[in-house]
Design a protein around this ligand. Structure first.
Ligand SMILES: Cc1ncc(COP(=O)(O)O)c(C=O)c1O
Length: 347
């Protein structure tokens, strides 16, 4: 047998949410958006196939410039990745020595400890406080070389105001990475902190905000010295040509995106009301999903009963506060209707 690094042998790899084949599934398990950006779809249909012979722009330069312009930054403050996951990965590789620690919260996005584990870097997951609040003092005391805050939190959905993140960054000097994969569905974001702190960066994605999860485009906004380091270690051509074209086109139609975000927020709040009326406990969410506590019923059994009706939701567990919860993505109005009908039967 070939020799595998011991920490890889021990590693339990990331288990992605199920992507079923076949028709008729209602997929509410991986926080995808109910529609893809129509401008991106049009751009793909008009793609010059001959361009596929050529490598893509190595730094996604036109997209990078466009994102910089959108956020009032310079291109040197932006790096584009093969999904936000790519950027999380290269951040850990750039920042952490083997004896450093990545600090995050429990719960948080489940990929951080796995990517840190691959690098042989230890992770300290500080439990969130009551109501999934951010334990600022404990996070500061944990002293991570790199601290990831998922904001809004996944799977809790909790949104933390920028002032709390600022408090964390102000304790510096180590890097605070704010994973804003769902920020477009929240009432505020941390963009304004970029000009205030040289030890803060923000990670975003086209997966949710523009409905382009299948294309894999994410980006990181941060100080130029950090971005320069990340550019050195990213894959040479980390974002494919097709994805770059689609992401640029999606930015051309911000009106569509903004109205999709507003629709999702409205359906999320309606769903929260409907689920509460069913007697369930719904955690406050600034995201495109809801974390729902099933109380006396078993969340795992409900998940199975929904799956029997071809509706996928996600049980994540991992902490006592989420153990009997299901994370439910906000889908289309029709999907939400079917979910509610099925839940009434399942409960
Ligand atoms: C908090 C968080 N960060 C990052 C990602 C990954 O984003 P991408 O699809 O851009 O890799 C996800 C995906 O679900 C997420 O929930």
């Amino acid at each position: 047998m070939v020799r595998i690094r011991p920490n890889i042998q021990r590693l339990r790899g990331y288990i992605p949410g199920r992507q079923p084949t076949g028709d008729g599934w209602i997929k509410l398990n991986t926080n995808e958006s109910p529609a893809a950006s129509p401008a991106a779809v049009r751009a793909l249909a008009g793609l010059d196939a001959d361009l596929l012979r050529r490598y893509p722009d190595p730094t996604s330069a036109p997209l990078r410039a466009r994102l910089a312009n959108l956020y009032g930054l310079t291109p040197e403050q932006v790096i584009v990745g093969n999904g936000a996951d790519d950027l999380i990965n290269i951040l850990i590789r750039a920042i952490c020595d083997p004896d450093d620690r990545v600090v995050t919260t429990n719960p948080a996005y489940a990929l951080y400890p796995i990517l840190a584990g691959i690098q042989g870097v230890a992770v300290d997951a500080v439990p969130l406080g009551p109501g999934f609040s951010l334990p600022l003092e404990e996070l500061q005391r944990a002293g991570g070389a790199l601290t990831f805050i998922t904001n809004p939190n996944n799977p809790a959905g909790t949104h933390y105001p920028p002032a709390q993140i600022a408090e964390l960054a102000a304790a510096g000097p180590n890097l605070v990475a704010v994973d804003e994969a769902y920020a477009e569905f929240a009432e505020s974001d941390c963009l304004e902190l970029l000009s205030e702190f040289a030890n803060l960066c923000i990670i975003r994605t086209f997966s949710k905000a523009y409905g382009l999860a299948g294309l894999r485009v994410g980006y990181l906004l941060g100080p130029p010295d950090l971005v320069a380091a990340l550019l050195k270690i990213k894959d040479s051509y980390n974002v494919n040509r097709v994805a770059q074209v689609a992401a640029l086109a999606a930015l051309d139609d911000r009106d569509w995106a903004e109205s999709m975000w507003a629709d999702v927020r409205a359906r999320r709040d309606k769903l929260a009301g409907d689920l509460t009326a069913l007697g369930l406990t719904v955690h406050a969410s600034g995201s495109n999903f809801l974390l729902v506590d099933f109380g006396a019923a078993s969340a795992v059994e409900v998940q199975q009963r929904l799956e029997d009706r071809r509706i996928l939701v996600r049980h994540l567990g991992g902490s006592s506060d989420t153990e009997n919860c299901l994370r439910i993505t906000v889908g289309s109005a029709d999907e939400m209707q079917k979910l509610l009908e099925s839940l009434r039967e399942c409960l």
